[in-house]
Design a protein around this ligand. Structure first.
Ligand SMILES: [Zn+2]
Ligand SMILES: [Zn+2]
Length: 346
């Protein structure tokens, strides 16, 4: 089968012929219905020298996947061939305290495991078939289309986790600023709409992304740039935002976030742009908390599947596997809105 693989560091991924996977005891194979192209893959492809990440090359890209059960290894029961499932992305040890709580994103043995999951050091979903090492890593999706369900596993799950842990700040009258209205951002806005009464301000450089944000339910949109902080403050009557979710995470977006988050508010750094902000007594509002968040838990994936079943789904642009490199190029150029999902069957 054809697979889009990362074959070298700082090198464009290649479509290569690889063997179809066979499920060993306790494993399963899915036929991939959809595999999302994520902005974090661009960092993976372009930013790391050999040896920086504990991943062995080559491996198939695609860490945001859904499809149909294709083959079950010995000892796997409770799942049926043909059943549609979403694949939980971060693969931990499955046994530590965090993993047993479903938080494999924060597995206590990650350093020893190395690879972070399918598409992140192990073979991901940008191929017709994908090996899943354990049935605990799939969640049934009922009658959702796997193409629509794939973005749930990252583009929805990641902001869902960030929002869920800040819910105590998001009562009526609150304001949330979402910086970056791309694949994760437009899902973050829908999730905020579904879960809270907060007023949502979306910030992005691109007017097309802000149009998607407005359609997803943002109350206000602000073009990022020199006057963005002033505009956000004006929209909050000078008070600032209760929660800022920075889905970009570069120096300018973090500076904007720090300047608009109100005292006792929270800044969630989700984007892996690698920026920093100084935290000190005079650099940010009183009692502002700042946290990075990485992905979400298995029960939270079940929650976003339920949300999708009630109509909160990603805006998706579909690509054939042969066009996957072009999906990444468009993502890089900023010309895509919503989520790009590769359909490897095509
Ligand atoms: Zn991702
Ligand atoms: Zn673990």
């Amino acid at each position: 089968m054809k697979a889009l693989q990362l074959t070298d560091w700082k090198h464009e991924p290649e479509l290569r012929e690889v063997p179809e996977p066979d499920p060993g005891p306790g494993q399963l194979v899915i036929e991939v219905g959809g595999s999302g192209a994520c902005h974090s893959d661009l960092h993976l492809i372009h930013d790391f020298d050999a040896g920086l990440l504990p991943y062995e090359l080559p491996f198939t890209l695609g860490h945001e996947n859904a499809g149909w059960i294709h083959g079950l290894g010995d000892g796997v029961d409770g799942l049926e061939v043909g059943e549609p499932v979403a694949v939980y992305g971060p693969w931990g040890c499955g046994r530590c305290h965090r993993c047993r709580q479903g938080m494999e994103n924060y597995c206590m043995r990650q350093a020893e495991i190395g690879a972070a999951g399918g598409g992140l050091g192990r073979n991901g979903g940008m191929a017709r078939y994908m090996l899943i090492p354990d049935p605990r890593l799939v969640v049934p999706i009922g009658d959702l289309d796997p193409v629509d369900a794939a973005p749930l596993t990252d583009a929805a799950l990641t902001p869902y986790h960030a929002i869920k842990r800040s819910l105590h700040l998001l009562g009526a009258g609150s304001t949330t600023v979402v910086i970056g209205a791309g694949g994760l951002g437009h899902m973050a806005i829908q999730i905020l709409r579904a879960l809270t009464g907060t007023t949502v301000i979306a910030v992005d450089q691109r007017s097309e992304a802000l149009a998607v944000a407005a359609a997803a339910g943002a109350d206000h949109t602000v073009v990022s740039g020199d006057s963005a902080a002033e505009e956000v403050l004006a929209l909050t009557k000078g008070i600032g935002a209760d929660v800022v979710i920075d889905l970009v995470g570069v120096d300018p977006t973090l500076a904007l976030a720090a300047s608009v988050v109100r005292s006792m508010g929270h800044l969630s750094i989700v984007g892996i742009g690698g920026g920093t902000i100084p935290i000190g007594f005079f650099s940010i509002g009183y009692e502002v908390s700042v946290a990075t968040t990485y992905w979400g838990s298995i029960p939270e994936l079940m929650d976003v599947v339920a949300l999708a079943q009630s109509g909160k789904t990603a805006e998706v642009t579909r690509f054939d596997l042969a066009d996957a490199p072009s999906a990444y190029q468009q993502l890089h150029a900023g010309t895509l809105t919503g989520r790009a999902v590769i359909e490897p069957k095509k």
